[in-house]
Design a protein around this ligand. Structure first.
Ligand code: NAP
Length: 313
């Protein structure tokens, strides 16, 4: 009998034809619960939780090929315990996500949302030298929290705008420092020195609510916070308080703690630039992510090495 493979239905149009030859593919829409059954592989979106209950319902499962670089929706320990392989989609989304980070950074620093709202309101009365003055990027300090693939791609782009860079990570990145002049700092020092802080750490027990009320209070008054990592890296309630009080001048957010829910205070705030988790949303990147996820399934089923393992066999 052909092995059963579950693939997120939303990936269908992005995949090359015949994604898993010899398998029986079931297309799984986001709003459907994860079915129980004899499936050997699942290719979920990041919004689908794969934990002990889902794993128990699929006793023949061999691989969770997550269609995202972050794997915070997957219980890695439970997978490892059951001998289920986990893969992700690193690298192919780095440039798209770094581009979007710069888009948010520019939008927040140069007040694009307020400018656009003013034009659309019909109340713009003409050029005014005092109108919507923002932060000039040249010479401003960008603090990069998490200098991995995306954080480093953001660093290179920010250098081209003349920003001065500091970063934090588990370990220093000498090549990044040579290339961009970035300074390795403990998180508290980075927060205190940066005009703009941008988040690129994965979500996990170590980083959940890393940016809490205490961290936000360490930031420069009137600084800008950009988050294209995961919503739960920030304490969202504390973020709202910091923005409303003026401790933060502006925020640029692509991710939220309870997507698709967004706090009203953010929706209403003129200096909150908010996007619906678009980091990797280019045609080329989304195709590359979908096909990389499925190539991991094909590799596992044909006994070849996995392309991008997170939890190996
Ligand atoms: P990565 O290459 O693994 O980089 C993660 C970086 O975070 C590494 O430099 C790591 O340090 C650092 N780090 C981890 N824990 C830390 C901590 N507690 N304190 C300080 N630094 C820490 O991952 P990536 O490919 O750049 O992706 C980063 C995240 O972006 C993903 O996990 C995902 O959640 C998010 N993402 C979002 C979108 C979107 O659509 N908005 C798209 C793609 C990715 P070391 O290198 O020293 O270990």
């Amino acid at each position: 009998m052909a092995p059963g493979v579950l693939i997120a239905a939303e990936l269908r149009d992005l995949l090359d034809p015949g994604p898993v030859p010899g398998a029986s593919v079931t297309w799984l829409p986001t709003d459907s619960a994860t079915p129980a059954g004899g499936f050997v592989a699942i290719v979920p979106l990041l919004s689908r939780r794969i934990g002990p209950a889902e794993l128990a319902g699929m006793p023949r499962l061999r691989i969770v090929a997550n269609c995202a670089v972050g794997v915070d929706n997957v219980d890695l320990a439970a997978c490892a315990e059951r001998g289920v392989v986990v893969t992700n989609t690193p690298d192919v989304l780095t440039d798209a996500t770094a581009d979007l980070t710069l888009a948010l950074l520019l939008a927040a620093a140069r007040r694009l949302k307020e400018g656009q709202d003013l034009v659309h309101s019909g109340e713009w009365t003409g050029w005014d030298p005092r109108q919507l003055l923002g932060l000039e990027l040249r010479g401003a300090v960008l603090g990069i929290v998490g200098a991995g693939r995306i954080g480093q791609a953001v660093a290179r782009r920010a250098r081209a705008f003349g920003m001065r860079l500091c970063y934090t990570a588990h370990s220093p990145k000498p090549t990044l420092e040579l290339e961009t002049g970035a300074l390795f700092l403990p998180l508290d020092d980075l927060l205190a020195r940066s005009d703009v802080v941008t988040l690129h750490v994965p979500s996990g027990p170590e980083t959940r609510r890393l940016i809490n009320a205490r961290a936000l209070a360490r930031m420069r008054k009137g600084a800008i916070l950009i988050n294209t990592a995961r919503g739960d890296v920030v304490d969202e309630a504390a973020l709202v308080t910091a923005l409303v009080s003026g401790q933060l001048a502006a925020v640029g957010l692509d991710v939220f703690a309870r997507e698709p829910r967004v706090p009203d205070a953010l929706l209403e705030h003129p200096r909150a630039v908010l996007l619906p988790h678009l980091g990797s949303a280019t045609v080329r990147t989304r195709r590359a992510m979908a096909n990389l996820a499925v190539r991991n399934v094909r590799a596992l089923l044909s006994g070849e090495p996995l392309l991008t393992p997170v939890v190996a066999p």
